[in-house]
Design a protein. Sequence first.
Length: 421
Amino acid sequence: MNRHLYTLLLHLALPLIALRLALRARKAPAYARRIRERFSFGMPPLQTGGIWVHAVSVGESIAAAPMIRALQARHPELPITVTCMTPTGSERIQALFGNSVQHCYLPYDLPWAAALFLNRVKPRLAVVMETELWPNHIHQCAKRGIPVALANARLSERSARGYARFGKLTAPMLAKLSLIAVQTQAEAQRFLALGARPECVDVTGSIKYDLKIDAELPQRAAELRRQWQTEQRPVWIAASTHAGEDEIILAAHRQLLKTRTDALLILVPRHPERFEAVHELCLNQGLTTRRRSTGQDVQAGDQVLLGDTMGELLFLYALADIAFVGGSLVANGGHNLLEPAALGKPVLSGPHLFNFLEIATQLREAGALSEVENAEQLAGRLATLLDTPTEMARMSQAGLAVLKANQGALQRLLTGLQRLL
């Protein structure tokens, strides 16, 4: 398939895209808003001549944050425009950066929509996070002489096989990229095999290791636990959970409550459209549940705190003694294991970590990550850790050591971007 056929098929698929948006809007009404932006119409006023960063959703926005802040510090004269594709990503971008960046949705990968967007923004540099490769956007950048960098790039074997099936589309697109800053050597080889130019592929490592924790965050968490009188209670968090996981998490928590009657679970669903359903699930299982969004203090009888707010995940991690990272008990591929590790928390997960294989391997080999497969194993591991403070401390130090050993990717990436600027 070449780019022209791809474009034709994308136009033919527009009714299906509209239907998908409508179906998503039934669960998450935010999908019904700002639709015109998805076609380059009705965009907010935007300054031109700066840097455009695309982070498809929440995870990529968080990963991009240190890079964006560094670019702001180095180039205060350049406006930075950050785009995404999801309402949750949009909320996170606004929470992270406020008015310090320009923000809108990235239009769909239609040549005319991409052209309108670029004519409106006129960036000097485009930076795409991880693996969001859009042939028409990249082609339109190339036509205008705008260098495109793929930052923190990752490409699994499975994804590489998928791209290889469409070589006539993939190879010309990759050849137009000015920088592919990959996380590992194996991923560099996959990009080269698909048609990337060797001089443009650079192994920089993962910028996720360069996560900086605000020193006030643990202090604020400790103060809130004092206010809640939960300093002596065992508190664990299950974060970024998906459908099918919450039942397992709650079963593990009920099991833990048999021996640790004062245990508190902070349960944070990944998607805000699931907050109501997960709240109902907690109540139906007979667990006394308080919603974080109410702003009320946790009481002695509370067994679950539902993290139904946006932009607070790091703070909620800081409140806990042990962290379970979701998207891993179901075949979703996991989420960022480094955030709780950077806060010095022992990290638990399920076995499905294919989105974070390199990070998971490093943490596992260092003894900073424990993987469980079901509610019984999760409850058992929680109980063991709570009974063994020395093991919790060892896992905590191991996680911090992994982060320290792998930092520096951000500086290497920024050096590459500076060359393009």
